[in-house]
Design a protein around this ligand. Structure first.
Ligand code: SAM
Length: 309
């Protein structure tokens, strides 16, 4: 049997052995050749094509990524070749890697994802870390609402870290809630994370101490120009004409459901920091309102500390 080999992570494409494989109709493909093929496919859409190729191949072979480097000459089975071809077709269509894998990591935990939920972003970890700091310094305040929970990544990350936290997680999309439910079960927090289908704070039955919200915040016209709009749900991204449609409504509804001395954390679009602060100031004139930057130095999180009564 002819063994196709290639050096791992070589930049050249197209690869002669892949063309050979097509010409001869042979199905066998070594791991190193498969990595080259996948890297070439990811190059069109990703700045981390080599890493993405390794992650995808390890997923398809159900092995750790480190296993690949010690088995470069091993051949894929026919079934594995077919699954690789299918996955690379999806890559070619621009489908983000997390949707192909069906899961993604956030705050050190793995979350199921599909096309009905936003892929959890690393910048949202700023919101989770800020909430954790506040919860550490307020050990009596243990009722939290996560508005627009999507995959449940914020609600679940916090419940996993803070063992006496009670979370109400609210989401408008039923399809997204099904994924959140999978994740709640996977991380064994069903008893403390309750999922509700509904609009913003409306499903809440009582006041909470802290509100976390990563709501849609991209202005409609800006969204049309972004590749993210091709695959991730518009309901998760589209913040209306000025990007503030949903955040504005949440701020208006929030005084009825946040306890005095409580905290509201809002993830925001980087250019909207001052506008969100102004909106918050209208609703909470005597609150301490701050804007924090993410790891890229962009405005990302508005925090509103509500005064004690
Ligand atoms: C930007 S995504 C954030 C998802 C998740 N919290 C995260 O950080 O990855 C916004 C989520 O809010 C939901 N959503 C949009 N409008 C909503 C509303 N009026 N009430 C509740 N959820 C809403 C969307 O369906 C979407 O899942």
């Amino acid at each position: 049997m002819h063994i196709f080999t290639g050096r791992l992570f070589e930049d050249q494409a197209p690869c002669s052995f892949i063309i050979d494989r097509m010409k001869t109709g042979q199905q066998s493909l070594s791991i190193s050749a498969a990595l080259l093929q996948a890297t070439a496919a990811f190059k069109k859409q990703s700045e981390s094509a080599r890493l993405d190729a390794g992650v995808l191949l390890a997923h398809l072979l159900n092995k750790p990524r480190s296993w690949l480097t010690t088995h470069m000459e091993e051949l894929l089975t026919e079934d594995e070749c077919t699954r690789l071809d299918q996955a690379l077709k999806q890559v070619g269509e621009g489908l983000p890697l997390p949707y192909i894998l069906g899961h993604w990591e956030f705050h050190g935990l793995e979350f199921a994802v599909d096309r009905h939920v936003l892929i959890p972003r690393p910048e949202t970890e700023l919101l989770v870390d800020t909430a954790l700091q506040w919860l550490c310094s307020h050990p009596e305040q243990r009722r939290l609402a996560d508005i627009g929970t999507g995959s449940g990544c914020i609600a679940i990350s916090l419940a996993v870290e803070v063992l006496d936290l009670q979370v109400e997680a609210i989401e408008l999309s039923e399809s997204a809630l099904m994924i959140a439910q999978l994740n709640v079960k996977r991380h064994r927090v069903s008893e403390r994370v309750r999922l509700y289908c509904g609009d913003l704070t409306r499903p809440l039955t009582g006041a909470v101490d802290i509100v976390c919200a990563n709501l849609p915040y991209i202005p409609t016209n800006m969204l049309k120009t972004l590749p993210v709009s091709n695959h991730e749900p518009s309901l998760a991204l589209n913040g209306g004409v000025d990007g503030l449609k949903v955040i504005r409504r949440l701020l208006e509804l929030s005084p009825a459901c946040v306890n005095p001395g409580g905290l509201i954390l809002l993830e925001i679009e980087a250019s909207l920091g001052m506008q969100v602060i102004d909106l918050a100031r209208l609703v909470y004139p005597s609150a301490v309102i701050d804007c924090r930057q993410d790891f890229a130095g962009l405005d990302r999180l508005v925090s509103i500390v509500i005064p004690e009564a």
